[in-house]
Write a protein that binds this ligand. Structure first.
Ligand code: URA
Length: 257
């Protein structure tokens, strides 16, 4: 429909075969083209899911990301505030890791948990015996919250109320699209976004809790495992040990699932 130059011979052979298999019609691109000209999207969609990779259409997650970009792009005019989107396995991953917000490295690269945070993530993945691409990685707030010192030095800060109110509904939608088998929150910000501010990391860490995630269209309950944020344990050996013990517990929980 969108490609005016669409011609019979522009359809790859694998594609017509895939469509043929999907709709059970005789082979030959004419039959397929006629179907397509009738704008029969259901058939096209079935065919695409069968032959995956030859034609790519935006997934629900991609459309969600586009919607989020369109919403946030005009919000901070004149400020460099690129969105750092979630990434990884977006279809029922064993873990959806949720951090607070991107830092400098993340904002520069456009990817969550790179740089120093990426090193922490490597340790996390090693204990869980997972690869980065096996899980889905995101943040509550998807811009880098910053403050500027009197000397003009820019540094990270905790997201403020306005940022949390703007981004949390998108996080809930993202979770419902990704459908992770386990939510893993890092620190209080992510925990509060999902369980409310009364649930503190001190009381909740290392336990499997339940997050009820609801938007105006969908809802679902997800197991949630709360961890301290690695950034908060750097200078505290006791918390480091607690974090490590929690991580090992999470490994056992995932292995038993
Ligand atoms: N980087 C992220 O993407 N999120 C965090 O919470 C910290 C660092």
């Amino acid at each position: 429909k969108h490609n005016k130059n669409f011609r019979d011979n522009s359809i790859p052979k694998e594609c017509t075969e895939g469509v043929q298999r999907a709709i059970g019609k005789p082979s030959g691109s004419m039959a397929i083209t006629r179907k397509i000209k009738k704008n029969n999207y259901a058939i096209i969609t079935i065919a695409i899911s069968k032959i995956g990779g030859i034609i790519t259409m935006p997934s629900e997650l991609e459309r969600f990301n586009e919607r989020m970009q369109a919403f946030f792009a005009p919000l901070w005019p004149g400020e460099e505030k690129p969105l750092v989107l979630g990434e990884g396995c977006g279809d029922r991953p064993p873990v959806m890791l949720i951090g607070e917000a991107p830092g400098e490295q993340e904002a520069m690269s456009g990817r969550p948990f790179v740089g120093k945070a990426g090193k922490n993530l490597d340790g996390f993945l090693t204990v869980l015996q997972l690869n980065r691409e096996d899980i889905y990685i995101s943040n509550v707030v998807k811009i880098r919250p910053t403050k500027v010192s009197e000397k003009g030095r820019v540094s990270n800060r905790t997201p403020n109320r306005e940022e949390l109110a703007l981004f949390t509904p998108y996080l809930l939608e993202e979770i419902l699209l990704v459908q992770p088998k386990m939510l893993v929150t890092l620190g209080n910000t992510a925990l509060h976004a999902l369980l409310g501010a009364k649930s503190t990391i001190g009381a909740c860490h290392g336990q499997v809790l339940t997050a009820h995630v609801q938007t105006d269209k969908r809802a679902g309950d997800f197991p949630l495992f709360a961890l301290y944020h690695p950034a908060s344990i750097i200078y505290n050996q006791k918390l480091k040990d607690v974090y490590q013990a929690d991580l090992e517990r999470l490994h056992s929980v995932l292995a038993a699932q």
